[in-house]
Design a protein around this ligand. Structure first.
Ligand code: GLN
Length: 500
């Protein structure tokens, strides 16, 4: 039998449901491994054996009383540290929140608890989810299990490295411009950003409210589907949360077949700017789909060219407003200035000491873009580009069911390589940003190893809003193409981290 920690969440859930193992056994196995390996990967900012085991005991007790609380009953999970938890500090990767323990659980956290999933700990992220590598975390970068000198993607690199390194079977991420999908691509795992509003954001520390979405991180498409089904649904606490159900993602995966499938390749995201090995993996995926009888056409999305520029105006504008609440009065850090401690001076000293350089950069950029006299030129124009991107996508989806692009321009880069070059860092988001600007679902699925460095590549699947099931269907089809080739998902080929 495969060691417990190398099993998928679906397999673990089945073993628990059939009483072959207990939630306590699984939770202990993952907790032990996570505790031993975290010094190498820095996936978790906070771990609590006591909390995790108490939840596992409750899950086992519920089951003994005949209550299976969900399709993932008893399966342990890691949660990104920008979701509030009453039993663990929540930092959002920032010094300004260090030591803050929230008064309420995020809706997603509440759902996990009510569904019988023990929480193993809180995972690392770039400060306030701004970044693509976790190098902007105030608590040091996480490391990629495929090569510990490389980034695990960001901002959700704690969750991706935890899942890819089997320090957790599944995890929760948040995606504002790619922070679930990009880390999934560079760690050979699966990550999905649901349709905007499909999952409640109540208790998610907001980065850019018109773009933020919570979603699953896993080693297989089925595991992400199971988790999305557990966490989605309307929440009166989040006025943007959708009233309508999007159906069962689990069923979409289980019933996936290629019949009648039409796929679009975005002209602007299929040619230049991709590492040759990543491009070769993408071409290979397209060739495999074509061989299955899938119709593939090229679609034109000319405004994608301006997506990064528009995003890096809209996001800082919203972030500068969302981060104004960290004022030294209500949460976390408070720094006493030299001299007379007026409220303004305490606030300034706290924000100066508490925020890192990338956060300050974006606050300044956002405030500038919103300032009177410049508002129309910057923020207004960016919003117009956003509309154009939505129109391009609408047109594309009138021709095809889903769009495919490489998820990331390159495989995982070395820690330190781009950290001092914000523009180079922003370019990693070229393929993932349009989905957030348009509110549509997107997911990344592993599609091979780049020939030049042997590191994982990911293919991104984009579907029309509310058609998450279609995205999961195609995710399952693509995963199967590679499962047939490798005998199992890509992760089976991943180097197994050794406890030192
Ligand atoms: N890399 C993007 C950024 O820095 C992604 C952020 C996110 O999705 N949270 O803004």
């Amino acid at each position: 039998m495969t060691e417990l920690v190398f099993k998928t969440a679906a397999e673990i859930a089945d073993l628990i449901a059939s009483k072959e193992i207990s939630s306590q056994e699984v939770t202990k196995a993952f907790y032990d491994r996570a505790e031993a390996l975290n010094p190498q990967t820095n996936s978790y900012l906070y771990q609590s054996r006591e909390n995790a085991m108490a939840a596992a005991v409750s899950a086992d007790k519920a089951q003994a009383e005949g209550k299976i609380l969900s399709i993932l009953h008893g399966v342990p999970i890691a949660v990104k540290d920008n979701l509030t938890t009453t039993d663990a500090p929540t930092t959002s990767g920032s010094k300004i929140l260090e030591g803050w323990v929230p008064q309420y659980d995020a809706t997603v956290v509440k759902k996990l608890r009510a569904s019988g999933l023990p929480i193993l700990g809180k995972t690392n992220l770039d400060e306030f989810a701004m970044g693509s590598s976790t190098e902007y975390s105030a608590f040091g970068p996480s490391r990629n299990p495929w090569d510990l000198d490389r980034i695990p993607g960001g901002s959700g690199g704690g969750s991706s490295s935890a899942v890819a390194g089997h320090l957790a079977p599944i995890a929760i991420g948040s995606d504002t411009g790619g922070s679930i999908r990009y880390p999934a691509a560079v760690t050979g795992s699966v990550g999905a950003k649901p349709t905007y509003g499909a999952v409640s954001r109540y208790g998610l520390i907001a980065l850019a409210s018109s773009l933020d979405q919570i979603g699953p991180v896993s080693n297989t498409v089925l595991d992400s589907a199971l988790l999305q089904d557990v966490i989605s649904g309307h929440d009166p606490h989040d006025s943007t949360s959708l009233k309508d159900s999007l159906g069962s993602m689990t069923d979409a995966v289980k019933n996936a077949d290629v019949k009648g499938l039409r796929v679009g390749i975005v002209k602007q995201l299929s040619k230049d700017g991709f590492q040759p090995g990543v491009k070769a993996c993408f071409d290979d995926t397209i060739a495999k789909l074509t061989a299955q009888g899938v119709e593939v056409v090229e679609v034109d999305c000319p405004s994608f060219e301006y997506a990064i520029a528009a995003y890096y105006l809209i996001l800082p504008a919203e972030a500068s407003s969302n981060l104004a609440k960290f004022d030294s009065v209500r949460f976390g850090l408070r720094v006493a200035p030299e001299g007379n401690p007026t409220i303004e001076r305490v606030m300034a000293a706290t924000r100066e000491a508490g925020f890192g350089p990338e956060v300050k950069r974006r606050i300044i950029l956002g405030t500038y873009a919103l300032s009177s006299g410049y508002y129309d030129a910057y923020y207004g124009s960016a919003q117009k580009v956003r509309t154009l991107i939505q129109q391009d996508l609408e047109k594309a989806f009138s021709q095809v069911d889903v769009l495919l692009t490489p998820t990331a321009p390159t495989t995982a880069f070395k820690i330190g390589e781009k950290v001092n070059d914000p523009i180079a860092m922003y370019l990693n988001d070229v393929a993932t940003i349009p989905a957030n600007l348009a509110g549509i679902p997107g997911m990344s699925v592993p599609n091979g190893l780049a020939q030049e460095d042997g590191l994982p590549s990911g293919v991104q699947i984009l579907a029309p809003a509310m058609q998450d099931a279609q995205m999961y269907r195609v995710g399952a089809i693509i995963e199967k193409l590679y499962t047939d080739e490798w005998g199992s998902p890509l992760i089976a080929k991943a180097p197994k981290l050794e406890v030192k």
